[in-house]
Design a protein around this ligand. Sequence first.
Ligand code: F3S
Length: 60
Amino acid sequence: MKATKVDKDLCIGCGLCCGICGEVFRMNEQGKAEAYQRANAENQGAVQEAADSCPVSAIA
Ligand code: F3S
């Protein structure tokens, strides 16, 4: 499974990704999202949904 990445320069800290898939995304101290786990077979759908939902397309 490829590593999920958040572009911190793009992220506006809306928090949507963490709400959709808290197993992979969390907010850091700068108020930006980060992917702290690799996606797995169970949550890859939610990771994709988070990527599709991000308003600034910061998740790849
Ligand atoms: Fe940031 Fe997009 Fe998540 S703006 S907090 S990466 S949904």
